[in-house]
Write a protein that binds this ligand. Structure first.
Ligand code: ADP
Length: 509
């Protein structure tokens, strides 16, 4: 049994550990793939945003530059036409607010002069335009200082190669390009443009507390910037992973509690079952022994009488008496066992009709008169006058009372005193059996009413019994709608009380 318990316990622990490991591993894997998926999606989104921004910028540039190109390539082109055209384009494409035209010698064709902060920027740009670029023509972005300048060389213009340099208006870039593009991208994530040092220069939402997930480069149109994707606090996969982990841990803890409770309950059931098996085997041994003793006595006295070896008439009467009492004892024991088995099988029926308690008490006391006298018991029987009739099954009630008296005799030590009384309270008739015997420890007062239960002590002191007597008493009084109680002190004695209701018990009770 112990081995089985240890094995079961071990198996459950191993199963739990395997479950924990499996759970943890799959949680990790799930976390890793969720992270991967999230990063892929984030990269796709950032790349898409970068492409859109790039395309929007390039499209504006294209329109602007091709307009200029058409103008400059016209045979009758005069630089004086430029302001009008620039103003038209500026109104249409406000992204570029500074336009400069230079000829091959670097002379400014438009506007009249380089002003303010633009002067060093465009002067520096001129220095960067190579000979080949002047000859081949084409379009390139130059990062000058913190600005991006689009330079387009138109080689075959009527007046020789012309360099068009466009400077962007960053406010318009933010408003018309970034805002529009980023707003169109849905989702929890936020997009931002960060500069070379990683500082955000534009963001689609408040970045406070948000976590940067990744950045992707913008094309050559915006060389110094990158698109960064941010995740609001608590929305990153790590956070949902953390949440999943908490849920997993909580579920696992719950599982552990259930397993521990289950193990505890199983252990209790198994322990109870094995105790019950032990009690049953004790029961068989005890009943056999209890049957044997009176049978041996009956046989011995019957044989003596049969052989006529009786010294006197008085002894003969005594022998008859012994045979009668021992057969009564046998009958009581067998009745107890049979009734108990009927109760266990749910076959016990009681025939409850109104009757007096007094004749029952007298009959039982009469049945025990000889053993009580023989063992030197001082007996008091006190029955209150005018007791009302109560609903009862007289033979069953006699059996219950006989069991209590039998126990009082069995479990009395040196002080042999028995008090049996019957009295009435408001709605009950109480029948009490009190002894001054061994007494019952407080912890055992409820258990003694369980089937087969015997206080170990009684057995060691050689008092045999089946352990079903009090279980029967309990069953009988409860069938009458009553109850049995006990008050006891170890070494001082016990008092068992049958509480019998005066009214009919409810049918269902
Ligand atoms: P048993 O056949 O052992 O007497 P019972 O069900 O009648 O079985 O009683 C259960 C146990 O309760 C007894 O074994 C005994 O230890 C204890 N007991 C019963 N009555 C008394 C009593 N009057 N005084 C002390 N102990 C008692």
């Amino acid at each position: 049994m112990k081995r089985f318990g240890v094995l079961t316990f071990g198996a459950v622990i191993v199963a739990t550990a395997i479950l924990a490991v499996l759970g943890y591993v799959s949680l990790r894997q799930w976390g890793a793939s969720a992270e991967l998926l999230f990063r892929e999606q984030a990269r796709d989104m950032a790349t898409m945003a970068a492409e859109k921004v790039e395309m929007a910028v390039l499209k504006s540039e294209e329109e602007y530059v091709s307009g200029l190109l058409a103008l400059v390539l016209e045979p009758g082109f005069r630089p004086e036409q430029i302001p009008e055209m620039v103003n038209t384009w500026k109104a249409k494409t406000p992204l570029f607010d500074r336009v400069y035209l230079f000829d091959r010698q670097g002379k400014l064709l438009y506007p009249r002069e380089l002003t303010g902060a633009d002067a060093p920027v465009f002067a520096a740009l001129l220095g960067e335009i190579s000979q080949g670029f002047w000859e081949r023509g084409g379009r390139r972005h130059f990062a000058v200082g913190d600005q991006v300048i689009l330079a387009a060389v138109i080689p075959d213009a009527a007046r020789g190669p012309v360099l068009v340099a466009l400077g962007r208006n960053e406010d318009v870039l933010r408003r018309d390009v970034l805002d529009k593009t980023f707003r169109a991208l849905e989702g929890k994530s936020m997009l931002a443009i960060v500069d070379k040092s990683g500082q955000p220069v534009y963001a689609s939402g408040p970045l406070a507390g948000a976590e940067r997930v990744l950045t992707v480069a913008l094309g050559e149109a915006l060389p110094a910037w990158r698109v960064a994707l941010y995740q609001p606090a608590g929305a990153a996969p790590q956070d949902s992973m953390r949440r999943q982990r908490m849920i997993f841990l909580a579920a696992f803890a719950l599982l552990l509690v259930v397993i521990v409770l289950g193990l505890g309950a199983t252990y209790r059931v198994v322990r109870r079952e094995s105790e019950m098996a032990r009690l049953k085997s004790d029961f068989v041994a005890n009943v056999s022994h209890d049957l044997k003793t009176p049978l041996s006595l009956i046989r011995m006295f019957a044989e003596t009488l049969e052989m006529n070896r009786v010294p006197s008439e008085a002894s003969r009467q005594e022998y008859y008496g012994v045979i009668t009492r021992e057969s009564e004892r046998l009958t009581r024991l067998i009745d107890n066992v049979l009734d108990f088995s009927r109760i266990e099988g749910g076959r016990q029926r009681y025939d409850i009709t109104p009757g007096g308690v007094e004749p029952i008490v007298h009959e039982v006391m009469e049945a025990f008169r000889y053993p009580l006298a023989q063992q030197g018991f001082k007996v008091d029987v006190e029955i209150a006058p005018d007791l009302p009739d109560v609903p009862l099954d007289a033979p069953a009630m006699k059996q219950a009372l006989a069991n209590l008296v039998d126990n009082a005799i069995k479990y009395s030590g040196e002080r042999r005193r028995l008090r049996v009384s019957a009295r009435q309270t408001r709605d009950e008739v109480l029948v009490e059996v009190a002894d001054e015997g061994l007494g019952i420890p407080p912890a055992e007062t409820q258990r003694i009413f369980e089937k087969f239960y015997r206080i170990g002590r009684s057995e060691t002191q050689g008092r045999r019994g089946s352990g079903v007597g009090l279980a029967l008493v309990k069953h009988i009084v409860e069938a009458h709608g009553g109850r049995v109680t006990v008050e006891s002190r170890v070494g001082e004695g016990s008092r068992f009380t049958l509480h019998l209701p005066v009214r009919e018990p409810c049918p269902e009770s």
